[in-house]
Design a protein around this ligand. Structure first.
Ligand SMILES: [Zn+2]
Length: 472
């Protein structure tokens, strides 16, 4: 091969293989992400093989910081040897694992041969310390708290939990300049007034009650301001600012008081994204940009106006489902109202009636106008002999008013493609009751069943189509 062509090809390959993280398309990202972490929850056994893998890498130093209450190891991984020290920790709440996956995306990206030049660029400036699962006991139980029942993020002053003690001892010893406090937030936060979930919320936590801005908090605000325009492009109107009320027991606020420029990142919900993979990708891309900006100091040019322009989260602004203009008659009182349904979490499979009335100020992952249709309670179909239930038979039973089945499970042989409710935990009520099951019929003025809500999923009887199947 002509040596010029060979040279050209090698440059081209280097460029193609070296897609900058912040300009990655979703398919670029999916090709390079750490496989195996797109799950409803992550526990220590999900990340330990990866930690073992990085123990073999000459680029990463792995240490066991200490042990949890139940003696699970808590690891820290270090990259780089620069003067600017950055400490990031995830999953101090055991059921918040999105950033843990993003940390392993970052490790995979930073140690890939095609990123050698990028790694070299920042690791002479930065030493990066990563604690990817501070609360492995909570992760094992899928709880926010640790095995003592303590919320580690309210233990920064009392330091009663071994996990909190380890985090504080690490920060005291390493004296990081920058801290990244990585969490998942309630999926029902809306991004300000937008009708969308806050998929990413950011905050430079306050270090005192007056929420003053000193040099270290200003740096944290500028790191956030720097990425705001990029986030607005990636997820327009899905970016929020977390509540900035001073919370002295929290690590973010305490570290801010210790002079660490601390950024809180909250990964939130997104439509059709049960495992928060959108927030995971954005987290990873944010880490890369922050490393670049800290290495170069470029964030110091960012305007605090961009930080202030991020709207605060609107708590409870999102619901899973809102049915608008449902007619409801209770005794002699008739009303046309909105009805909201929530699942407790993305992986929860039990839909509950959440709120009734004028819900026009709220938004929803799914919203349907059911004007002209009235609530009617569903009946239980009592299984007394074997029932072969295909979709057509199921639709006929729904049209006849049966929303669910009761009796022995073995008597129901279902091939129905619709949601089948057998012996529901809380049987549907005669009128909608808060926190009870979201299963009922919707009838037209002639009293015909036109639609049915089956465990929070709205079915059109004429087409047999479920308009918001679980996971969408
Ligand atoms: Zn949290």
């Amino acid at each position: 091969m002509n040596k010029y062509i060979a040279f050209f090809l090698s440059v081209l390959l280097a460029v193609v293989g070296n897609v900058k993280a912040q300009s990655m398309t979703i398919s670029d990202y999916l090709q390079q992400q750490q496989p195996g972490l797109d799950k409803a929850r992550l526990q220590l056994q999900d990340i330990e093989p990866l930690i073992k893998h990085y123990q073999q890498s000459s680029l990463v130093e792995v240490t066991e910081l200490g042990r949890s209450v139940e003696h699970r190891p808590i690891y820290m991984l270090r990259l780089g040897q620069g003067k600017k020290r950055v400490l990031a920790w995830s999953q101090m709440h055991g059921d918040e694992h999105t950033a843990t996956a993003a940390i392993f995306d970052l490790l995979k990206y930073a140690t890939a041969p095609e990123q050698a030049a990028w790694l070299k660029h920042w690791q002479s400036e930065i030493t990066l310390y990563l604690i990817p699962m501070l609360n492995p006991d909570g992760a094992a139980r899928n709880t926010r708290v640790n095995a003592q029942g303590i919320d580690i993020n309210r233990d920064a002053l009392a330091l009663q939990s071994p996990e909190g003690q380890l985090l504080m001892a690490t920060a005291t010893k390493l004296k990081p300049h920058y801290g990244f406090n990585l969490h998942d937030q309630n999926r029902f936060h809306a991004a300000g007034d937008a009708p969308n979930p806050a998929t990413i919320s950011l905050l430079a936590p306050a270090y005192n009650e007056a929420r003053e801005i000193n040099a270290s908090r200003k740096a944290a605000m500028q790191l956030i301001a720097l990425v705001k325009p990029w986030l607005d492009q990636q997820i327009p109107q899905h970016v929020g600012r977390y509540n900035d009320t001073w919370s002295p027991r929290s690590f973010g606020d305490t570290f801010a008081r210790m002079g660490i420029s601390t950024v809180l990142v909250e990964a939130g919900g997104h439509r059709a994204d049960d495992h928060r993979q959108v927030a995971r990708r954005l987290n990873f891309q944010l880490y890369v940009q922050w490393l670049d900006a800290i290495a170069s100091g470029s964030y110091q040019q960012a305007s605090l106006d961009d930080y202030e322009a991020i709207p605060f989260n609107r708590s409870g602004g999102m619901k899973d489902l809102i049915l608008q203009n449902l007619q409801l008659r209770v005794e002699q009182t008739e009303a046309t109202l909105d009805l909201a349904v929530n699942f407790h979490t993305e992986s929860d499979r039990y839909a509950r009636i959440h709120e009734l009335g004028d819900l026009s100020v709220h938004s929803a992952y799914h919203q349907f106008d059911v004007s002209g249709l009235a609530f009617r309670p569903g009946k239980a179909y009592r299984l007394e002999k074997v029932l072969q239930l295909d979709t057509a038979a199921h639709l006929k039973l729904l049209a006849a008013g049966y929303t669910h089945f009761s009796g022995e499970a073995k008597l129901l042989q279902s091939s129905s493609s619709l949601p089948v409710l057998l012996n529901p935990l809380r049987p549907p009520q005669q009128t909608p009751q808060l926190r009870q099951g979201a299963t009922f019929l919707l009838v037209n003025a002639e009293g015909e069943v036109v639609q049915a809500l089956l465990n929070g999923q709205l079915l059109e009887l004429a087409t047999g189509k479920v308009r918001n199947p679980l996971g969408t």
